[in-house]
Design a protein around this ligand. Structure first.
Ligand code: NAP
Length: 278
């Protein structure tokens, strides 16, 4: 089994540095695909209320023989559920679907600043954490000003911020902000939705190590201390994407991938300040 390191969160809990993302995994396939991931050694699963597949994640956990305490599961509260009452409703629905008596990590999926409810949502997250039903609380797609506001309102620093991050959009300013505040950086779309497979720089590094471009990219993020949650429904990729702990990129190889950053146009997903899909 791959030996996945644990990253310490600012609340004392640990998160496996590599997890399995299930965005766009069809609900009817999720239990099987997550079951394959657990068999391959993944112990960290990233889902969301909005992915409509939490029940499949719960089924895979319930039918596996891995102890609940050896697993780390994240889910998220969708934009239309922000605000105290709706957040509690969303959390209850997620816990019922997952079939858990506690959750490892709960995230605000997007700040949706136009709605003006992320601070109240964060206050509710603090309540849920204090009740013991959630171990760690964090955010996703938050910018420094959003993070500043929730810290100011509650004094509670998010354990983690899950953001778009890959070789073409490296988020250095936000990573520096996270480091300053003790917030772990977690990358979504860590292999740029498969785009790295055709990248000449990454392909040449991959050839030198007899690895795939996806493996080299995940290794680059891991060596930068970033948590990664690649998604795949393809059995051989499920196995390959976690097999990244027995080789190392040299400083020159790290620098070549660092140089692929494209702050102006590398972003593939929505701009967090404008994204408010209900
Ligand atoms: P990703 O993991 O970078 O890429 C997934 C895509 O790459 C799929 O099309 C997959 O295809 C393909 N792929 C997987 N392994 C590969 C390999 N070894 N070689 C070549 N292609 C490969 O992108 P993502 O799904 O957008 O992001 C990962 C996870 O981040 C999501 O599942 C979700 O949990 C999370 N996420 C969070 C947010 C947020 O707003 N918080 C947004 C997006 C994603 P197949 O499945 O066909 O193999």
């Amino acid at each position: 089994m791959p030996d996945v390191p644990t990253i310490l969160l600012n609340d004392g809990y640990g998160i496996p540095q590599l997890g399995f993302g299930v965005f766009q995994v069809p609900a009817e396939d999720t239990a099987r695909v997550v079951g394959e991931a657990l068999d391959a050694g993944y112990r960290h699963i990233d889902t969301a209320w909005g992915y409509m597949n939490e029940a499949g994640v719960g089924e895979a956990v319930a039918t596996s023989d891995i102890a609940r305490g050896d697993l780390f599961v994240t889910t998220k509260v969708w934009n239309s559920f922000q605000g105290r009452d709706k957040t509690l409703e969303s959390f209850d629905a997620s816990m019922t679907a997952l079939g858990f008596d506690y959750l490892d990590l709960l995230l605000i999926h997007w700040p949706a600043p136009e709605n003006g409810r992320y601070v109240e949502t964060w206050e509710t997250f603090v309540e849920l954490r204090d009740s013991g039903r959630v171990r760690s609380i964090g955010v996703s797609n938050f910018q420094p000003d959003h993070i500043g506001r929730i810290i100011e309102a509650t004094g509670v620093v998010p354990a983690l911020n899950q953001i778009e991050l890959h070789p073409y959009f490296q988020q250095r300013t936000l990573r520096d902000f996270h480091d300053l505040h003790g917030i772990v950086t977690e990358a979504w779309s860590p292999i740029a939705r498969g785009r790295v497979a055709d990248d000449p720089t990454i392909k040449s590094i991959a050839a030198a190590h007899e690895r795939t471009p996806a493996q080299v990219t995940l290794r680059w993020e891991i060596q930068h201390g970033i948590v990664v949650i690649p998604k795949t429904v393809t059995p051989e990729r499920i196995i390959a994407n976690i097999d990244v702990f027995d080789f190392e990129l040299g400083a020159d190889e790290m620098a070549s991938i660092d140089a692929l950053d494209d702050v102006a146009s590398g972003r593939m997903g929505p701009v967090p300040d404008d994204f408010n899909l209900a």
